[in-house]
Ligand binder design. Structure first.
Ligand SMILES: [Cu+2]
Length: 170
């Protein structure tokens, strides 16, 4: 009987192992991906971060060799209906909670790309936390059938900025 239950759980465990990149920390990243982008422009990295511990933490930054600068951003629609991106100093990651970094919300902004990010490419981003150890992640560039965003032409030099966008991403 015991063995039967164990066998029944096996496929589920395999799936979880596959979904989580293996990391020693209690914080795990799922679905880590970036948009295609051009050298000299900007890129965006998305993922879901899970905090499996009972200690709250904060994401406080990220680094990557592929860009001149890396910032935490949040996209929001302002009261004029314009999509704006705001730099975040920290994003809360509560105990047992998650941060969803997805188009239209939180993302990691790669500013001033040193190379093209083409579909299928991989590169490394290291996440920095208030309490937990640095978390290196492999990012895969995915097109996902979406057209290239006008992201590359935007200036991210300021703390926050407005720009009208035809689509609600990132
Ligand atoms: Cu941004």
């Amino acid at each position: 009987m015991k063995q039967k239950i164990y066998l029944a759980l096996m496929p589920l465990m395999g799936l979880l192992l596959f979904a989580c990149q293996t990391q020693t920390a209690e914080i795990k990243a799922h679905e880590v991906w970036a948009r295609p982008a051009m050298m000299g422009g900007n890129g965006a990295v998305y993922m879901i971060l899970h905090n499996h511990s009972n200690q709250g933490d904060q994401l406080i930054g990220a680094t990557s060799d592929v860009a001149e600068a890396v910032e935490l951003h949040k996209s929001e629609v302002n009261d004029q209906g314009v999509m704006i991106m705001m730099k975040q100093e920290a994003i809360d990651l509560p105990a047992g909670g998650e941060i969803q970094m997805q188009p239209g919300g939180y993302h990691i902004m790669l500013i001033g790309l040193r190379k093209d990010l083409k579909e299928g490419d991989t590169f490394q981003v290291v996440l920095k936390f208030r309490s937990s150890a640095d978390l290196p992640l492999q990012v895969t560039v995915k097109g996902g059938g979406m057209e290239m965003q006008p992201e590359a032409e935007h200036d991210h030099g300021s703390e926050s900025h407005n720009h009208p966008m035809t689509s609600p991403t990132p």
